[in-house]
Design a protein. Structure first.
Lengths: 235, 405
């Protein structure tokens, strides 16, 4: 059974008198351990799909089976619990809490998971060290470079041991060298830790790190193929 | 659910990030609570002083004394006499007791012990008017006064100083050279304000005092006349009755000034007590208004804070914060603000109560109840006015919140 299964997902937004449908029936499956890139021009529906995948938004119709559970009809708090347990987010703008140390930022998801203070501390430290930020733990985001901030965000995304990491243009604010580093990090997490990754990007270069690329256009999936020219971690 | 301590930590951190703003926001609460604390402490202190004074004089108390410097009078004043006192008791209505009084300071001697005591010559009415109760033996009787008996009733202090634990009743003390039989001892009334000892006196029959201890035997002259009315209300018309009666008795013509003065002590004190109450109510109202304004200030700043931190709310929601978590966080911030304000207000209130008390010449009285109540009130203000912003924060949509610039 697929980890993620979207079945004829539609999404419309109220617009003036009527409604504007932006997803016209998306069908998409993601298996456990996959690394999927979602591509498409702006307005293609990839971000809306990503929001639904991330349980930040609910579809207007259709079904979304996440790890065997239909989440389309869950309420806000139930979705929050699922996000907390199953999904880590990495955003273009990093979205770290300002004036809050890297360590505290990484501890935050565990706070809402009810993890005890001491364990939070130990786990956050571990993950940050793995991200190569052992000496930056007590720095505020403003004292960190873009790449470092994004690594803190990734640490925050995986610290709760969520099986899925969702990244929305994670390299959009980074230079190409740092982008490569971040993408290799994703690849490593995917290959070594078996974390399922879905990634939204409009850069083919970034998408090339994924094992599979899904193209969106006008609210529909136009192509869904394995990435034959996948860049290796060594590339 | 996140443990309380964690929520508190997060809230405290958020407030410390904006110290100046947090402080200014709490100012309303600080002033409100300070006003409550000060009003209660000063009000209670002032009431205590007045209550003490009322206890000292006795209730429904007034007294009449000779006005020596009556202006525009060619004749010297007629002094108040025993006959005046008897006339008042006989002819005025609304009287519970009358006590004509002569006072003099005499060394009291018992054996080797001696003590400079205030000797009060009066009638049985004295202990009624002044609310003294007999503890041992008996009080003065009308027959003692009629017979000019050489008997006395001791105040507690005098009994202690002269007898040092020996039972005084039945013993004989000397006032000047005159022997007096101790027939009773009064119950202690303790110290009045200013440390004045209300038990430091010896009561003897008026007639005996006039004949043996002062030189007013023939004139019947007394120092003053004390009156106890049946009620506070009775004092109103007693005032007029006594004035009319004494003018007639002293043959004062219309237009001429009184040669006596009446002090309506209980009414003066009562008026003072009411003034204190008015002041307390006034300060209390300021406090209430200030607390409400302070609460609105908190609500205002929390609404600003929620808007400013929309993105933070979005991030927290994305990583799994439930609506209740967000609500609790912002509510806790508001309550922390108002409780901090309350704590500062309590300290400030205590300080200003001490300052005010100096002006009012009554020490403030702090009650644990009032302090607890102010603290609880600050918490209620925090919850009451913090709820709406917190509720708004919890309703934010995570997607919109994350996109918020």
């Amino acid at each position: 059974m697929a980890l993620i299964d979207l079945i004829d997902v539609r999404k419309s937004f109220p617009m003036g008198d009527g409604e504007l449908e932006v997803l016209h029936g998306i069908d998409m499956k993601v298996e456990r351990g996959e690394f999927v890139a979602m591509m498409g021009p702006s307005g293609s529906g990839k971000s809306t799909t990503m929001n639904i995948l991330g349980c930040l938004d609910a579809p207007t119709s259709g079904r979304y089976i996440l790890d065997g559970q239909d989440v389309a009809d869950l309420d806000r708090d139930e979705l929050a619990a699922i996000r907390n347990a199953m999904i880590g987010f990495v955003f273009q703008g990093f979205n770290l809490l300002p004036r809050t140390t890297a360590l505290a930022n990484v501890e935050m998801p565990m706070l809402y998971a009810g993890v005890k203070a001491k364990e939070r501390h130990v786990r956050a430290q571990e993950v940050l060290e793995r991200m190569g930020l052992g000496d930056r733990m007590h720095h505020d985001p403003s004292q960190l470079s873009g790449g470092q901030q994004q690594r803190v965000a990734i640490a925050r995304g995986i610290v709760n041991r969520a099986p899925i990491l969702m990244a929305d243009e994670p390299t959009g604010n980074l230079d190409s060298k740092t982008s490569d580093e971040i993408m290799k990090l994703f690849q490593e997490l995917n290959e070594k830790e078996g974390i399922t990754i879905t990634l939204v990007t409009h850069e083919p270069d970034v998408a090339s790190y994924a094992g599979r690329v899904v193209h969106f256009r006008d609210g529909l999936v136009t192509s869904d193929e394995p990435n034959k020219a996948k860049r290796g971690a060594s590339a | 659910m996140i443990p309380f301590s964690e929520v508190l930590k997060v809230s405290f951190k958020a407030l410390m990030a904006n110290k100046m703003r947090s402080f200014l926001t709490t100012l309303g609460i600080i002033i409100g609570v300070a006003a409550v604390i000060a009003a209660f402490a000063v009000g209670r202190g002032a009431n205590k002083v007045i209550d003490d004074q009322i206890a000292m004089f006795g209730s429904n108390f007034m007294y009449i004394f000779t006005e020596r410097s009556a202006v525009g009078s060619s004749t010297p004043p007629r002094y108040l006499t025993v006959a005046d006192a008897e006339a008042i008791e006989r002819e005025c209505s609304g009287i519970e007791a009358v006590a004509p009084v002569v006072e003099t300071n005499i060394q009291a001697v018992y054996g080797a012990a001696n003590w400079a005591a205030e000797v009060v010559g009066s009638t049985p009415g004295y202990s009624v008017v002044r609310d003294y109760r007999v503890e041992q033996g008996r009080g003065l009787l009308a027959s003692d006064v009629r017979a000019a008996a050489k008997v006395c009733v001791l105040g507690r202090t005098v009994a202690d100083k002269l007898f040092e634990g020996e039972p005084p009743v039945g013993k004989v003390i000397r006032l000047r050279t005159v022997p007096f039989l101790v027939i009773g001892v009064f119950e202690t009334k303790g110290q009045a304000m200013g440390g004045w000892d209300q038990d430091d006196f010896v009561l003897v029959p008026l007639s005996t005092a006039q004949r043996r201890l002062t030189r007013n035997a023939n004139t019947g002259r007394v120092g003053n006349i004390m009156v106890k009315g049946v009620s506070m209300k009775a004092l109103d018309y007693l005032d007029v009755q006594i004035s009319d009666l004494l003018r007639e008795r002293h043959r004062i013509r219309p237009g001429q000034q009184d040669d006596f003065a009446i002090r309506n002590i209980s009414q003066i004190l009562d008026a003072r007590r009411k003034a204190t109450q008015v002041m307390s109510i006034l300060l209390g109202s300021i406090a209430a208004i200030s607390l409400v304004v302070g609460g609105i200030g908190i609500m205002n700043i929390m609404l600003v804070s929620v808007t400013e931190r929309t993105r933070e709310i979005g991030i927290r929601m994305a990583v799994g914060a439930k609506a209740a978590d967000i609500r609790r966080q912002f509510l806790m911030e508001a309550v922390t603000l108002s409780l901090l304000g309350g704590a500062i207000g309590i300290l400030l209130g205590m300080a200003s109560a001490h300052g005010l008390a100096k002006v009012m010449e009554s020490p403030p009285i702090f009650g644990a109840g009032v302090i607890a109540l102010s603290f609880a009130f600050s918490a209620i203000v925090g919850i009451g006015f913090g709820f709406y912003p917190a509720w708004r924060a919890s309703l934010l949509n995570p997607i919109d919140a994350l996109k918020y610039e």
